[in-house]
Write a protein that binds this ligand. Structure first.
Ligand SMILES: C[S@@+](CC[C@H](N)C(=O)[O-])C[C@H]1O[C@@H](n2cnc3c(N)ncnc32)[C@H](O)[C@@H]1O
Length: 185
């Protein structure tokens, strides 16, 4: 099992380690260091979601939680290549409803990017690619994968206190359950 863009691993936090070998992959060494506490459960690998360091047809389950920074066709081609036929990918992204309304209403925000303020006070925009659900499903389908179900996570499911960034939005996260059925791209 592989968690891509793991940061502070959600898979380990939830205790889903019953899938045998677990690899936590992130492009950022400093983001991955939040998972150093899980070294006894998983191998930590610095690597790129757009060039996954795994053999073809080698992974049974892939999890990519809040994976909007690398939600591009190249990532989905890599998922298709590395997943076994019959393997599963669980992918979540901020909801399109939230991303669109929040980014349109805030003067400093840009579509396709998330704004972060660093400790130094500097503000940076990082890629955040959030698509309407039908476009998201189509991108995954074009890679040769099959979306089996989609799930909406409502604001009521989140623990409080809530970030002001998500207030006023009903659906905050969208989840996709995806299977590699062996269909060609
Ligand atoms: C929004 S965070 C999500 C972290 C964690 N999965 C979670 O649910 O809290 C996105 C993560 O993706 C990583 N990331 C961004 N681009 C990446 C890429 N091309 N390959 C691998 N990881 C990437 C970032 O370093 C960051 O840890």
């Amino acid at each position: 099992m592989v968690e891509v863009g793991a940061g502070d691993s959600l898979v380990c936090e939830l205790g889903h380690t019953a899938f045998g070998k677990l690899v936590l992959l992130d492009k950022s060494d400093s983001m991955l260091s939040y998972s150093a506490k899980y070294r006894h459960l998983a191998s930590l690998v610095v690597g790129d979601a757009l060039a996954l360091p795994f053999l073809n047809n080698s992974i049974s389950v892939m999890v990519a939680s809040l994976a909007d920074p690398f939600n591009v066709p190249e990532f989905w081609s890599e998922v298709r290549r590395a997943l076994r036929v019959g393997g599963w990918c669980i992918f979540t992204s901020p909801s399109y409803e939230w991303a669109r309304s929040f980014r349109l209403e805030s003067t400093d925000e840009l579509q396709g990017a998330a704004l972060f303020q660093l400790r130094s006070g500097e503000r940076v925009h990082l890629p955040s690619l959030v698509w309407p659900e039908d476009a998201q499903v189509e991108m995954i389908r074009r890679a040769g994968l099959t979306v089996v179900s989609t799930n909406a996570v409502g604001i009521d499911a989140l623990p409080t206190p809530l970030s002001p960034k998500i207030l006023g939005c009903k659906i905050v996260v969208t989840g996709f359950v995806i299977k590699n059925t062996g269909r060609p791209a």
